[in-house]
Design a protein. Structure first.
Length: 95
């Protein structure tokens, strides 16, 4: 288990080109100054970090539990892990 702030995190744009990242308890985790495309993309990626970690952990666990490549047959753990990964990727990419 990680010691990071609890998920989910979200990015919120403030006036004057400031982007703040908050955790689920509304604690301000990071403040990014500047409103260019790269900084916005970085903010999305930071906000998606807990979900990305959870998705990767779920995929790893599913792989460890799958000794006989049953994922090719649609094991539920893989479907859940894939859904988590897809959601985290979409959040990080801003989709």
């Amino acid at each position: 288990m990680s010691n990071h702030s609890p998920a989910p995190w979200h990015a919120l744009r403030a006036p004057h080109g400031v982007i703040d990242i908050f955790d689920k308890n509304e604690h301000d985790l990071v403040t990014i100054f500047g409103d260019d495309a790269e900084k916005k993309a970085n903010a999305r990626l930071m906000a998606a970090a807990p979900e990305l970690l959870e998705a990767l952990q779920a995929l790893r666990l599913a792989r460890e539990q799958d000794k006989y490549r049953s994922w090719e047959k649609g094991v539920p753990e893989f479907a859940k892990a894939e859904a988590l990964a897809d959601a985290a990727i979409a959040k990080a990419a801003g989709d």
